[in-house]
Design a protein around this ligand. Structure first.
Ligand code: ZN
Length: 77
């Protein structure tokens, strides 16, 4: 899971990136974690870029995040 965050921050070297991509193909819980983090990152970038994201979009993102979190918690990784 730490590697996912490193990957998102662009801190992994080439071989580690390939290993992580391979793992994501085989491990849906990690994909959920990865996607949630991507969403959080884009949400943060949006809120930095302008005063606030459109409320409808923000609601959609938050809904999707909570759905993903529930999925991750239910499924044992
Ligand atoms: Zn995994």
């Amino acid at each position: 899971m730490d590697q996912i965050y490193a990957y998102l921050d662009g801190e992994l070297d080439r071989p580690s990136q390939e290993l992580l991509k391979q793992h994501l193909l085989e491990c849906p819980p990690c994909v959920g974690e990865y996607e949630r983090d991507l969403l959080l990152k884009s949400l943060l970038q949006r809120s930095c870029a302008c005063e606030e994201a459109p409320s409808e979009l923000r609601a959609q993102i938050l809904t999707r995040i909570s759905v993903t979190v529930t999925t991750v918690q239910v499924t044992d990784c």
